[in-house]
Design a protein around this ligand. Structure first.
Ligand SMILES: [Fe+2]
Length: 189
């Protein structure tokens, strides 16, 4: 289950209906999909075959022409430069559509004058319309596996806003799957 945070309003939501409602108000589609269709070690082709009905339905919904499986681990070559392309505020001419199969990451959505962060987890489907100002990064465990849909891969080039808003938000992951070390500060009085 995703974790939605709207720091400006002091909101943090881990409830599916609330996340869905708040994202829908911001023009973002969020759904929970069944994860039991394939085992964790399924190949990309097995994933695409198992989710073929959903992939086709999504293509119809958004006019997408292709879908693939992206698989990122800490061992992925050139991982940090790749992540650096997307962790700065940008828009692009394609919708950003992801169904998370494994791992997690954070989408930051800058809509009107609010920044919403959505930490996505396995089973989460997020559809961010083209032109939405956003950025994305992985959690510290640097792992994500997702189905992606594309209208036209040439639309995938990020157009950076250069606003610097991304610098004001720490990419901290809070969800229940958190595996890294937490730092706690105790003040003794
Ligand atoms: Fe993007």
């Amino acid at each position: 289950m995703a974790v939605l945070s709207i720091p400006k309003l002091g909101i943090r939501a881990e409830n599916e209906l609330e996340i869905k409602r708040r994202l829908s108000e911001a023009g973002i589609e969020y759904e929970r999909w069944d994860l039991s269709r394939v085992p964790a070690d399924a190949t990309a082709d097995q994933v695409l075959a198992a989710y073929a009905p959903e992939i086709e339905a999504m293509k119809q919904r958004g006019g997408y022409t292709t879908a693939d499986v992206v698989d990122i681990t800490p061992e992925t070559p050139n991982l940090e430069p790749m992540l650096a392309r997307f962790d700065k505020e940008h828009t692009h001419a394609e919708d950003e559509v992801r169904f998370i199969l494994a791992g997690r990451g954070i989408f930051f959505l800058h809509i009107a004058d609010e920044v919403l962060s959505v930490e996505v987890h396995p089973g989460d489907m997020l559809r961010v319309p083209r032109g939405t100002t956003h950025w994305f990064t992985l959690c510290s465990d640097r792992r994500i596996r997702a189905i992606r849909w594309f209208q036209n891969t040439s639309g995938w080039t990020p157009e950076y806003t250069g606003s610097g808003v991304d610098q004001q938000h720490q990419p901290l992951c809070f969800g229940p799957a958190y595996l890294g070390a937490r730092v706690e500060t105790k003040i003794h009085v």
